[in-house]
Design a protein around this ligand. Structure first.
Ligand code: IMO
Ligand code: MG
Length: 417
């Protein structure tokens, strides 16, 4: 048996949550492998609309196992709220959710450090979700972090105090006022709740499940262009959002990876700072934002909108070894007579055909135009113009497009071939 990987291949918000939810019936286990509550994975079915942050998107299928892998960072307070929200919908998370002992903990001070660092950067800020992601991964790599398994150690309060004191020292270098006490109280309450969950060595759990012939889907967060190594550094997140991240974030060897589902919108969005060559600053950009409801699921921020960037897409396909493409939000482009795709960039009359080290503002995308389409939300067939667009993407990327999403709802999905 192999582990299939599903990940975003743009700047996040590609619709991963919805697609995982649609694919979950084909699997026994859904496992998140990186990121944390910076993610906002939206699901919609029946009259339920729900956003998940740390919990895998298979959670609404009660017979399926969901795992938060070692590569994930967890904020106990946000996690507690997520559990409570799911409980209100009748989902008893304790039954089918397992958490890696090796996943790292986000402390209240990590969030404060994130905010202080961003404030100090002024115009050059990353545009972080301010969930403490960067500082938590810094402590992980710096070998100072606290892990989920540590909460059961008798000396956990001492470990906490040691780290918090380090953070207080770090915060002295910033001109930033903060209040920790109230947050700490909530945090320790949430830690008590975390103790009641099934904490596991997820690398053993997953590899044993594989030997037993179980089918596993690894769920990514963010997107390839936010990857710490291959994204638009420094305007990235602090983890490997790519297929390789599934190996380190779950403890699985590369040779067990099966299909790699790369998810991309029919256009492009980005939230936060950083380069975005095909960004639209005109009315078309505003219309995409409006029709696509392009506002952050985690922070509510308006997303920057633009045309599909094929050069960046090909780069992401290469890094991840994508075997199937899934195109989402095709219905949002219903409103346009002309649709464009950025083919490559130009810089001082030179064609740039590889994703450059520095994505300068001076790069100009070269666009190709397509005729628009009209697709009904629950249609099971692609209109001919959309089909032409999809076939063009397949020809350019040499990767089959296996699914096209035409709306937020679970039912709004066209399966091809
Ligand atoms: P999902 O999983 C879109 C962006 C932030 C910021 C940068 C760094 O829903 O696709 P961080 O909080 O990680 O330090 O922020 O990354 N970002 C996302 N953008 N979707 C996400 O997740 C994101 N997670 C982080 O906006 O630019
Ligand atoms: Mg998001």
């Amino acid at each position: 048996m192999k582990i299939d990987v599903l990940l975003g291949i743009q700047w996040g918000d590609e619709g991963k949550g919805k697609v995982v939810d649609v694919l979950t019936p084909n699997y026994d286990i859904i496992a998140r492998f990186q990121g944390g509550p910076n993610a906002g994975h939206s699901l919609e079915f029946g009259n339920i609309r729900h956003v998940l942050h740390s919990i895998p998107s298979g959670i609404f299928h009660e017979e399926k196992i969901n795992i938060i892998g070692n590569g994930v960072v967890i904020d106990p307070i946000i996690f507690q709220n997520e559990v409570a929200d799911l409980q209100k919908l009748g989902v008893d998370v304790r039954r089918n959710l397992f958490i890696s002992r090796k996943a790292h903990l986000i402390l209240p001070s990590h969030r404060i450090l994130d905010a202080a660092s961003e404030a100090s950067k002024g115009k050059t800020k990353i545009g972080s979700t301010l969930k403490g992601i960067g500082p938590t991964y810094m402590d992980k790599i710096g070998r100072n972090g606290l892990r989920i398994g540590d909460i059961l150690r008798p000396d956990f309060p001492d470990l906490y105090t040691f780290l918090i004191n380090k953070h207080r020292n770090l915060l002295r270098q910033y001109d930033f006022s903060y209040h920790l006490e109230e947050e700490e109280e909530k945090w320790f309450e949430a830690i008590e709740e975390l103790k009641t969950f099934q904490l596991i060595d997820s690398e053993y759990f997953i590899n044993q499940a594989l030997c037993e012939g179980k089918k596993i889907l690894a769920e990514g967060a963010q997107g390839t262009l936010l990857d710490i190594d291959f994204g638009t550094y420094p305007f990235v997140t602090s983890s490997n959002t790519t297929t390789a991240g599934a190996c380190t974030g779950l403890g699985i060897p590369p040779n067990v990876i099966g299909e790699v589902f790369g998810i991309a919108k029919a256009y492009c969005t980005r939230v936060g700072s950083g380069p975005f060559p095909t960004e639209l600053f005109d009315e078309t950009g505003n219309q995409i934002r409006e029709y696509g409801n392009e506002f952050g699921a985690t922070t509510g921020r308006p997303r920057r909108c633009g045309w599909l960037d094929l050069l960046a897409l090909k780069y992401a396909i290469m890094i991840n070894g994508v075997t199937q493409l899934i195109i989402t939000k095709a219905d949002v482009l219903n409103f346009f007579d002309e649709i464009k795709v950025g083919m490559h960039y130009q810089f001082e009359d030179n064609d740039i055909t590889e994703f450059p080290f520095h994505l300068s503002d001076k790069l100009k995308p070269v666009f190709q135009s397509f005729k628009g389409w009209k697709i009904e939300n629950y249609s099971k067939n692609l209109p001919s113009k959309l089909n032409e667009y999809i076939e063009f993407l397949e020809k350019e990327t040499k990767i089959p497009v296996s699914m096209v999403s035409t709306g937020a709802n679970r039912e709004a999905m066209i399966f091809r071939k």
